[in-house]
Design a protein around this ligand. Structure first.
Ligand SMILES: [Zn+2]
Ligand SMILES: [Zn+2]
Length: 750
């Protein structure tokens, strides 16, 4: 015990900046947040938060997410678990590239600058990340494994090349993933997005849609909103499918959600992304029209609108219970409804179909001799979550490890040749992709035949980098350069015990679930047999300002750093936890922050002199309860202990903050009542106050760790509170009101 505790205090003044800096240094020196080596009697708990883009400063969304994660990590450490809690930075991609350009730095310089700056900001907030394990995805020792993952997924057919329709931002001059398109606009610059045709690398997300949807019912430890977000992204629709027949006997499988109304079908709609579209678009002129849709005729925003672009293929199909053969139309509206499939159009039941029927003028029906067929209807499911493109025409990304040989065609780079390094001398300021003009990068011998060949100049979308971020964190940094995916520590830490993610990152989580299943099926990740990388998940809503999402281009961003400097890290943490249940978004205002800053100050002014005057470790059970007031105080302490413990275990941090504030009120009330009755506190009363305060600061320590640590030292606590054992309610529970059942977590003793 420490030189630290011997700091002289002005006990009347709460000075958050001084004590917060002091404890942040002390925690680092004591390595309280380092993931410990395995011990037979300790549970392993892996707390995972989603990676930030390294495009600038920490924002309020990070603060909310990481404070919730940190409170849980600190709580589990005190419960005796070996905790892994660290952070990977999503460092590749356009946001970093553009921000680097704006700041006159190379992307690599910018990323390392942002990592240092954001780590300092998270450290200043008291987030107890294992700093040794923090990584940036643009580090070659990390992205070589993104390339390895690419090759693995390519080998098993989950990554494929496809000359398809992709979404293009004219301003950013790049193809976008679905996730990067919001309301038909580029996520970054808000330029309306249009379709273009291009050979792209795609991730076969559809291969795991069914398992990812079915497993949701088993994820009983996920928050309801986290499950709902997965369901919404998967866009699962149940219905039936049946066969329709072309004049030449060709079969088209058609989907509908109205099995009872098949007879009312008036046309069949094909998504432009329907896998068999080529079979149905070969009539003269149709290919051109389809190309037009893809090259800009079909603005993405049209998709859901009535009267969306429709192409008549000129072809008809016969459906057994429909008297007339139905025209086959191509419509982008299908994707937004049921994904890349063939859909029966029923104008009498569906508004979009009605709008199409109103604008579509039917060609005369061809002479038709229908074969007599039975309608065979099968239950079927369709998913909106389609395969998506994972290649980008920008240089700030992991090079796709593929070589084009004139003789051998597409040749994967051998695993032992990874990483394919990104050149350091790229001119990132020019238009388009500088890798396309970098001869030293492009020219290479074919890995198969040795003849001159060319490297792929597209780079991997950062969604792939982010789709396995939980794995590098579980491996010690020195071991990452060799055999990361085979490392024994993955067995120890996976699946992740607790995921905390924001409502805007559900798509990332779905990708992580997909990659985990793909790796399991490739016999790489056998430690998660059900392919689910997250045992528990909490999704929190966003922090808004004046009812709107905070965003740079709306100019309504609050800088957390300024709040921390003004009010202290503990007040910001406590306020963001208190403000709302995780499932609720809330509009930030300084009211809650001022309230919390005042609470912590009042707590300090009450607790510091009392603990300093009575610095002995007093257990709650040592309170002499012969007196009725002391007995009541003991009961309220026991209730608070139970409730806060249960709140923290359930990540109901807003409830934990309220229960702590309530306990403080009881404590003040106790003193006032005793003094009102007897004029002054007896020694036993003072002991009871000190014991109750020491309990309170322990309950507070995951939420506002700095003030809790300082008060713990003043009260004569042993060691650091960050390492101290979590308090249990007294064994004698007769004093407890009946409704307070012991929480399951209380059985844990260290
Ligand atoms: Zn853009
Ligand atoms: Zn070759």
């Amino acid at each position: 015990m420490s030189t630290i505790a011997s700091t002289t205090h002005n006990l009347d003044t709460y000075d958050p900046a001084t004590l917060e800096h002091k404890w942040q240094e002390a925690w680092r020196a004591a390595e309280i947040s380092s993931a410990p080596d395995p011990q037979p009697d300790r549970d392993n708990t892996y707390v995972f938060v989603t990676p930030p883009f390294t495009s600038g400063d920490a924002h309020m969304g990070h603060i909310r997410s990481y404070t919730i994660g940190d409170a849980y990590a600190r709580f589990r450490r005190c419960c005796g678990d070996a905790v892994l809690f660290s952070l990977g930075f999503d460092a590749f991609g356009l946001p970093s590239e553009i921000a680097a350009h704006e700041h006159g730095m190379s992307p690599a310089e910018w990323v390392s600058h942002c990592r240092d700056r954001m780590c300092a900001q998270f450290g200043r907030l008291g987030i107890s990340f294992d700093w040794e394990r923090v990584f940036v995805s643009s580090d070659p020792t990390i992205y070589r494994w993104s390339q390895w993952l690419f090759l693995k997924l390519y080998e098993v057919g989950l990554i494929y090349q496809h000359d398809g329709q992709v979404e293009w931002c004219d301003s950013c001059r790049t193809v976008l993933a679905n996730l990067q398109v919001e309301d038909g606009k580029c996520w970054r610059c808000e330029t309306p997005v249009r379709f273009v045709s291009r050979t792209q690398w795609h991730l076969r997300r559809s291969a795991y849609n069914e398992e990812n949807a079915n497993n949701l019912t088993n994820l009983t430890s996920w928050s309801a909103t986290a499950v709902a977000a997965q369901r919404a992204i998967l866009g699962c629709t149940s219905g039936v499918e049946f066969d329709a027949y072309g004049l030449d006997g060709s079969v088209l499988t058609v989907f509908t959600t109205f099995p009872e109304a098949i007879g009312e079908g008036r046309f069949v709609l094909l998504s432009p992304n329907f896998p068999e579209i080529a079979t149905w678009s070969s009539s003269p002129g149709v290919e051109d029209e389809l190309a037009l849709i893809r090259h800009g005729g079909g603005q993405r925003a049209d998709r859901k609108e009535a009267g969306a672009t429709v192409i008549d293929t000129g072809l008809r199909v016969q459906i057994a219970t429909v008297p007339e053969p139905l025209p086959v139309l191509i419509s982008p509206s299908v994707d937004a409804r049921v994904g890349p499939t063939a859909l029966l159009g029923i104008p009498s039941l569906d508004a979009t179909d009605k709008a199409i029927a109103d604008t579509y003028s039917e060609h005369p029906t061809l002479a038709w001799r229908a074969a007599k067929r039975q309608l065979s209807v099968r239950p079927a499911t369709r998913y909106r979550a389609a395969d998506f493109t994972i290649s980008r025409q920008r240089a700030w990304g992991a090079p796709i490890p593929v070589v084009y040989c004139p003789d051998c065609g597409v040749v994967p780079v051998p695993l032992q040749d990874l990483p394919v390094q990104l050149p350091e001398d790229l001119d990132m300021t020019s238009e388009g992709n500088p890798l396309d003009r970098h001869e030293g990068f492009l020219a290479c011998p074919c890995p198969q035949c040795g003849k001159p060949a060319r490297r792929e100049s597209d780079t991997l979308d950062c969604h792939i980098d982010a789709a396995w971020t939980e794995l590098p964190l579980a491996v010690p940094p020195d071991d990452r350069s060799r055999g990361l995916f085979e490392h024994g520590d993955l067995q120890r830490w996976l699946p992740v015990s607790q995921l905390v993610h924001g409502a805007d990152t559900g798509g990332f989580i779905l990708n992580m679930r997909l990659v985990a299943k793909a790796l399991r099926d490739a016999d790489v990740l056998d430690c998660i047999p059900d392919g689910e990388p997250f045992t528990k998940a909490l999704m929190h809503e966003m922090v808004q300002l004046n009812g709107r999402k905070m965003s740079k281009h709306l100019g309504n961003v609050i800088a957390p750093q300024e709040l921390i400097e003004q009010f202290g890290a503990d007040a910001v943490r406590f306020a963001i936890l208190l403000a709302a249940a995780p499932a609720r978004s809330f509009s930030w205002d300084d009211h809650a922050l001022r309230y919390c800053a005042r609470f912590l100050k009042e707590l300090w002014i009450f607790a510091a002199p009392r603990l300093a005057a009575n610095p002995r470790v007093l257990e709650l059970s040592s309170i002499d309860t012969a007196d009725r007031q002391r007995s009541r105080l003991e009961m309220w302490c026991a209730v608070a202990c139970e409730k806060v413990t249960a709140n923290l275990q359930a990540l109901e941090m807003h409830q934990a903050t309220r229960n702590i504030i309530r306990l403080f009120g009881r404590l003040e009330d106790f003193e006032q009542r005793v003094i009102a009755r007897r004029g002054e506190l007896a020694t036993l009363d003072e002991d009871a106050v000190a014991a109750a305060l020491m309990l309170l600061v322990r309950l507070l320590s995951p939420l506002a760790p700095h003030i809790a640590e300082e008060l713990w030292q003043l009260g004569g606590g042993t060691g650091m509170i960050a390492d101290a054992r979590w308090p249990s309610p007294p064994a004698n529970r007769s004093a407890l009101p009946r409704e307070h059942k012991p929480a399951a977590t209380h059985t844990r003793e260290v």
